[in-house]
Design a protein around this ligand. Structure first.
Ligand SMILES: *Cc1c(COP(=O)(O)O)cnc(C)c1O
Length: 426
């Protein structure tokens, strides 16, 4: 099989281009967006979101399938509404995410609920909403769900999340399908657990799920996991347990720097081969690959601070806005928004937070002056959703551009809102 790499582009974010020397996302100048909405601001391209989703749809055409966007990658209602209108389902990991999906116009009947720690309240909420499936991750969770469904006099739709024990060859914090991490049930125990589930009165077994990790760049581990899962489904069938769907999780990687992730069709090809001629619906839970390169973080340079061994560009975005560099030492492309007029220098791009780990990028050659704008690319996934209010910093605004229109989909937080629920001790 040949793996085609994405067409070479100087920038990982599609629909980003220079117009009269100023970067624009679709038809919107980033300088004008900064002017209108301030900085730091996350800016997403609706066209890029749509193109990413349609690539998945096209790759799966001809198979009964459901693409469940992994909400944790970016849970803004604006983003969710774009995917809901394109027909997406959703993969959620909390009751809060379910509430967001419904508020954005998503259908409960296309929601799958993952996660190792579902509370009783979350189970009730999801049963009441009528979600499509609970991806159950332990024997005790099966029993709890059965009890709650019994109290509510409904049947809970379940899949077991199995741990196929394949090495996704990715960052240790984001690999989830190996033995010895907290996710899923051991592969060797799966059949026994399915029998147990089948014996519980208030469960309806509908599928099987797995998710082996994130930022996968090689299709081979996914195909290996798919084969193991397909074999399990056959063993279950001989036990009289038939499944309607097979959920293969998310994990497809994106280009941040010079990675060469396969295009969706090439990533899925070996996996679809495994399921050729089978009738189960195939579900996927892509997060990063749908939103990562559709968004950027727009920030302004506050100070340039030359040092003896390093120069710093101190910007108004920080690790509380984009945690990935501090957390995973992740690399994000940084580009000047306007054609540079200053001389270029090597800078560390850092925020104002009182932590040495507060950096967004290190050792980048940039031509910037105080007051200039920078775009931190590939920030659409695990950016805003991992943000915090550390240092009492209001969280960034979020904007979705659609052609010439820029829609504010989350207003910048106010300082007053940050402590509105607190009070001094009387
Ligand atoms: C995080 C997660 C996903 C999405 O992963 P991506 O790497 O963003 O595609 C899908 N399914 C589950 C269960 C997850 O935990």
């Amino acid at each position: 099989m040949s793996i085609s790499t994405p067409p070479p582009s100087p920038l990982p974010t599609p629909t980003l281009h220079a117009r009269d020397g100023i970067l624009a996302l679709e038809g919107c100048s980033l300088a004008q967006i900064a002017e209108k909405f301030g900085t730091p601001t996350y800016v997403y391209s609706k066209a890029a979101l749509t193109a990413a989703f349609e690539a998945w749809q096209q790759a799966l055409a001809g198979h009964r399938s459901l693409i469940c966007y992994a909400v944790k990658a970016n849970s803004n209602l604006g983003i969710l509404s774009v995917f809901a209108r394109l027909g997406a389902g959703f993969d959620i990991v909390s009751g809060g995410e379910l509430a967001r999906v419904l508020a954005a116009g998503g259908q409960a009947s296309k929601v799958v609920f993952s996660g190792v720690g579902k509370t009783r309240d979350e189970m009730r909420q999801a049963l009441k909403a009528g979600i499509r499936c609970f991806n159950v991750e332990s024997a005790t969770e099966l029993e709890r769900l059965d009890a709650i469904a019994g109290e509510m006099d409904v049947l809970a739709p379940v899949a077991l999340r199995v741990n196929p024990d394949v090495d996704p060859k990715t960052h240790p914090y984001i690999s989830t399908g190996l033995k010895g991490n907290k996710f899923g049930v051991a592969f060797a125990d799966a059949q026994t657990l399915y029998r147990r589930a089948a014996a519980l009165p208030n469960l309806r077994i509908c599928g099987v799920a797995c998710h082996i990790g994130s930022q996968l760049l090689d299709p081979a581990p996914m195909a290996e996991a798919a084969q193991k899962v397909a074999d399990l489904v056959d063993r279950l069938a001989s036990d009289g347990i038939t499944l309607d769907h097979i959920d293969l999780g998310g994990g497809l990687g994106i280009r941040y720097r010079d990675e060469a992730p396969p295009v969706v069709a090439d990533y899925l090809a070996p996996l679809l081969k495994v399921f050729e001629g089978r009738s189960e619906e195939l579900c996927f839970e892509p997060g990063r690959s749908l939103v990562g390169n559709a968004g950027l973080l727009l920030t302004r340079v506050e100070y340039l601070k030359p040092g003896e061994t390093k120069n710093f560009a101190i910007v108004d975005a920080a690790m509380n806005d984009l945690a990935r560099p501090a957390l995973y030492d992740a690399w994000h492309e940084v580009v000047e928004v306007a054609a540079p007029c200053a001389d270029s220098q090597i800078y560390d791009i850092v925020g104002p937070i009182c932590e040495s780990g507060d950096f967004l990028a290190r050792e980048r050659r940039l031509a910037v002056a105080e007051g200039d704008l920078l775009a931190i690319l590939s920030a659409g996934a695990y950016g805003m959703t991992m943000s915090s209010n550390y240092n009492t910093r209001p969280r960034a605004a979020e904007v979705i551009v659609d052609g010439e229109q820029a829609h504010l989909v989350r207003a910048r937080e106010t300082v007053a809102a940050l402590f509105a629920d607190e009070k001094p001790l009387a």
